[in-house]
Ligand binder design. Structure first.
Ligand code: DGT
Ligand code: CA
Ligand code: CA
Ligand code: ZN
Length: 578
């Protein structure tokens, strides 16, 4: 059982206790316990197994026993009994935007709502609007949220499936009859969301492998099982396909099943021009005057045979990559290892979970040369945003820590709210005392596209605004972004020398990869930022690098590839001259 699973169970217990109107202290104990488990700097699972949890702050006696039971048996009787008191369909309601336990409790108690379907019906009948603490607006939002959920059923965020990919790939690789393994499809292309997972193995015994595959953990249903192909459904609704091919076919199958379909169609046209057909198994001559068939050992050889540069999977979306590859003009894409620092990070001073010092330590540990601290500003009161005095004290603290940290460096910034009219939450005088600032929209999401665009452009015109945070505010599969005119924003960013952030929190991945090629060509710089609210979340940079690659970005297009010295000089230069 992983830390995440344990946390999820503890959080769920807290929710259920809340539904039952239990003692608030008890509820708090489970929430606190989840937090401690998630943040504990040592192997807390081993400690729980060895009954060594005594004395750890935030884990009382009752919780110690429960954790021991969980990690040794994989089950918790208390939790299962509690869960059995409610219909299992109730839990999906918690996933809807803006419905916390308090509201769910009222819905359950007063209207007998036990599932999303019940809730949808009650909304359509107008019953929610009349409930105390709800209102017409909430009712509309719930319906929107349900519609969004229906739309995204069977679609998963890239990060949500990463551990399954790693696990299944590992299991396949360990099989003695497997020569090569790869995940293909949208996952390999680094799409921000994926429909299903496509695994590919090279083996001389394909039927044995499909038999093996359908025994993998977490499988709820076998959808299909043949001699070379199997399809399964996991408990959370994620479908996984596996194909087994011979070694000689592997490069062709890898290329084919990586897609995209559109990329493959265009590639096949190029093959036809040479008199070859191309499918998932081989090149075949289809004309008498065809050129001799090429020898293919690996995927790269397919592209080479067609007179192309190797096209990295992230670019295979039929958005100009084949033309560029035929002219040997593909960009040399950025890599995670090129990143030297990052700018949008929170601490406990606003709504982050780790102290400034802990964030700095994590950044040093990750091999970064600098870290920008950008806590929320005062208007984001729900995120405990900083007033001017707290901000300036934080700046002082950062300056003092930097003496100690050299050659590592913290940059003092702010994630300053862009107010409704495009002015900022802090005066220019305050902003001038920072090393940089990220300006973001956190409220008034419902402006028209024209108003929202003007609002953001006004913020960009401020000489102190270094970069714009999460441009559209989208939450993948949960909430669409607010309306902005990307093309106009990109032009304004170029004109004002404002950087646009690639927010690489995997729930956001905002600005979307589809816009970066254009931004790059207009000379707009990108900053890959994790929006970290926890020291572990610096790891989100991994997803940032993938999305930047998908957006055709090179090292030189991304500011946080600069070394510390260059970055310090860059930030010290007036914005208009950067
Ligand atoms: P997804 O699963 O919806 O996120 O997207 P993909 O790209 O993983 O699509 P999927 O799983 O349906 O198929 C995997 C790859 O197989 C796809 O990217 C390209 C290839 N493929 C599937 N169907 C066709 C087809 O009809 N024609 C061609 N040329 N390729 C196909
Ligand atoms: Ca797929
Ligand atoms: Ca598939
Ligand atoms: Zn933000």
């Amino acid at each position: 059982m992983s830390r995440e699973e344990i946390c999820r169970i503890l959080e769920e217990i807290a929710l259920l206790l809340e539904l039952k109107d239990e003692n608030p202290f008890k509820i708090k104990a489970y929430r606190g316990g989840a937090e401690t488990v998630s943040n504990y700097p040592d192997d807390i699972i081993q400690l729980a197994r060895d009954q060594q949890l005594k004395g750890i702050k935030g884990i009382g006696e009752a919780l110690q026993e429960k954790l021991h039971e969980l990690v040794t048996t994989g089950k918790l009787e208390f939790y299962e009994k509690l869960r059995a008191e409610f219909p299992s369909t109730l839990f999906a309601i918690f996933d809807l935007q803006g419905l916390g336990p308090k509201k769910v409790k009222i819905l359950h108690r007063d209207l007998g709502i036990n599932s999303i379907e019940d809730l949808k019906k009650a909304c359509t009948e107008g019953k929610i609007a009349d409930l105390a603490g709800f209102g017409k607006k909430t009712q509309e939002n719930i319906l929107l949220s349900i519609a969004q959920r229906e739309q995204s059923a069977g679609v998963f965020r890239l990060s949500a499936v990463a551990s399954i990919v790693a696990h299944f790939t590992h299991l396949l690789r360990e099989h003695p009859d497997v020569h090569q393994v790869s995940v293909c499809g949208s996952y390999r292309r680094g799409k921000e969301t994926v429909g299903d997972l496509d695994f590919l193995v090279a083996t001389s015994f394909p039927a044995d492998l499909t038999k093996f595959f359908v025994t993998f953990p977490g499988i709820e249903q076998i959808l299909a099982q043949g001699d070379t192909k199997a399809s399964v459904m996991l408990a959370d609704g994620l479908q996984c396909d596996m194909r087994a091919v011979a070694n000689t076919q592997f490069p062709f199958a890898l290329q084919y099943f990586t897609g995209s379909k559109e990329h493959n169609v265009a590639l096949r046209q190029l093959a036809l021009q040479k008199g070859w057909s191309l499918n998932e198994y081989a090149f075949t001559q289809v004309r008498d005057d065809a050129e001799p068939l090429p020898i293919v050992h690996e995927e790269r050889d397919i592209y080479t045979a067609l007179g192309l540069q190797f096209v990295p999977p992230e670019l295979r979306e039929n958005r100009g990559e084949l033309e560029a590859a035929s002219k040997q003009e593909l960009p040399r894409l950025i890599e995670l290892a090129n990143l030297r620092g990052t700018f949008h990070n929170h601490t406990t001073e606003s709504d982050g979970k780790n102290l400034l010092e802990e964030m700095a330590a994590a950044a040093m540990d990750a091999g970064l040369q600098y870290l920008g601290i950008a806590d929320h500003s005062k208007s984001s009161f729900q995120a405990n945003g900083l007033h001017e005095d707290r901000l300036l004290r934080q700046v002082e603290k950062i300056r003092a820590l930097n003496v100690e940290y050299t050659p590592f460096r913290l940059f003092a910034g702010s994630e300053v709210d862009i107010l409704k009219d495009g002015t900022l939450d802090f005066s220019d005088e305050i902003l001038a005392q920072l090393d940089y600032c990220v300006a973001s929209v956190h409220a008034s999401f419902t402006l028209s596209e024209e108003e929202m665009t003007a609002r953001i452009i006004r913020a960009m015109e401020n000489p102190h605004v270094t970069m714009i945070g999460h441009l559209t505010g989208r939450l993948l599969l949960k909430r669409n972004g607010y309306a902005v005119n990307h093309a106009k924003i990109i032009d304004a960013a170029a004109a004002t020398r404002t950087i646009i952030e690639l927010n690489c929190n995997p729930k956001r991945l905002d600005m979307d990869w589809r816009w970066w090629h254009r931004a790059r060509d207009k000379g707009v710089l990108c900053s890959i930022n994790p929006d970290a609210h926890h020291a572990d979340q610096l790891q989100f940079l991994h997803y940032g690098a993938i999305q930047a690659r998908k957006g055709w970005l090179r090292k030189e297009d991304v500011v946080n590839t600069m070394s510390l010295d260059k970055m310090a000089a860059f930030l010290a230069t007036p914005k208009a001259q950067r």
